[in-house]
Design a protein around this ligand. Structure first.
Ligand code: F6P
Length: 360
């Protein structure tokens, strides 16, 4: 009987719980047992982990999970490779628990650790892609993206009525880190008048002249979606503070406020900013995140069954596939500006329509 560990790391999002449910159910079918590891990699480098960080999971424990957002296992941004001692603890704890394999559900950092664990120790590991940023390579989908896009759409819908009443410009700041997928697709389905993404630096004079043109042509209000990683030409990203996490990431945020002030100054039009922040990661999973979580979770255990380790389950051309974990985390999947972004109007490229790439 195999013993599988499952953990969720990095920023939480809807879709994690459905994936945990499927891992447990599929493992049960194969008569494997599942240990839930709490708080991501942190749960494997602490002392007394059996008492505080390990939970045996049975199908009964996960029965209703597909409806729930967040992660019942908790999460953290812990890098066990940050020091020799935490790395040793990780290996020791994995051995002590008698884990035969691990399913790691996460983004570039959590899966980066998984790739390293596989490469350095040949430990049997399979990854499941999750991040609202949708920036992992080698997959057309990452859990959480759809729910976050839906949230952006709903919030823009709300902002629209007050924007129209007051004839204001609204800047809506989204997450996404260095990738603009979330802003681009959220802005598309929310009907934004302008979308600014990290992959293409914006020119503030151009932003203002496009907005003034819209006003002249009769628009009573405008919605500008800006990704937290977007920045004006020749400037740095706007940061929330100077701290970096254990993986060396800065905390982005504040470009929306900056932009609102610059727009009001440059256009003379009343402008407000709304930062969607963690609302985008909250709430129940969308239909798609439930389905994808269930597909990915079951496929990850199947990969373990066939001993396909060092892989990440992925979706390519509407089919579940297995790709190399290392390739998935080697470089970020960013917006293809040439293909998908209209740099003249700062919005989604309208053409070509036939044969165009479709964001899942
Ligand atoms: O990577 C997911 C993400 O939501 C990013 O879009 C965002 O920059 C970051 O996490 C926020 O992290 P935290 O939850 O630590 O504030």
């Amino acid at each position: 009987m195999k013993k599988i560990g499952v953990l969720t790391g990095g920023g939480d999002c809807p879709g994690l719980n459905p994936a945990i449910k499927a891992v447990v159910n599929e493992a049960h079918q194969l008569e494997y047992s599942v240990l839930g590891v709490k708080k991501g990699w942190k749960g494997l480098i602490e002392n007394k982990i059996e008492k505080n960080y390990i939970q045996c999971l049975t199908p009964n424990d996960v029965r209703t999970l597909d409806r729930l957002g967040g992660t019942i296992l908790g999460t953290s941004r812990t890098n066990p490779f940050k020091s020799e001692s935490t790395e040793k603890k990780l290996i020791r704890n994995i051995k002590r628990l008698g884990l035969d394999a691990i399913v790691a559900i996460g983004g570039e950092d959590t899966l980066g650790v998984a790739a390293r664990l596989y490469k350095k120790y040949n430990f049997p590991i399979v990854g499941i892609p999750k991040t609202i940023d949708r920036d992992l390579s080698e997959t057309d989908y990452t859990l959480g993206f759809d729910s976050a896009v839906k949230k952006i759409m709903e919030e823009i819908e709300c902002i629209r009525t007050t924007a129209e009443s007051h004839e204001r410009i609204f800047v809506v700041e989204t997450m996404g880190r260095h990738a603009g997928h979330l802003a681009l697709v959220g802005g598309l389905v929310g009907g934004a008048d302008m979308i600014l993404i990290p992959e293409h630096d914006f020119n503030i004079e151009k932003v203002n002249s496009l907005l003034k043109r819209d006003k002249r042509t009769g628009k009573r209000y405008s919605i500008v979606v800006v990704s937290e990683g977007a920045k004006p030409k020749n400037a740095h990203e706007v940061l929330l503070d100077k701290d970096v996490d254990e993986f060396g990431h800065v905390r982005l945020g504040g470009v929306g406020d900056y932009l609102a002030k610059e727009i009001e100054k440059g256009t003379g039009l009343e402008t407000r900013c709304v930062v969607l922040s963690h609302l985008q990661r909250g709430g129940a999973p969308s239909e798609k995140d439930r389905a994808m979580g269930l597909y990915f979770g079951a496929a990850a255990v199947e990969a373990i069954y066939y001993q396909k380790y060092g892989r990440m389950v992925s979706v390519r051309d509407s089919k579940i596939a297995l790709v190399d974990l290392e390739d998935a985390v080697k470089k970020l999947q960013l917006v293809d500006v040439e293909r998908d972004y209209d740099t003249n109007n700062y919005n989604v490229k309208k053409r070509p329509r036939i044969g165009r790439y479709v964001y899942l």
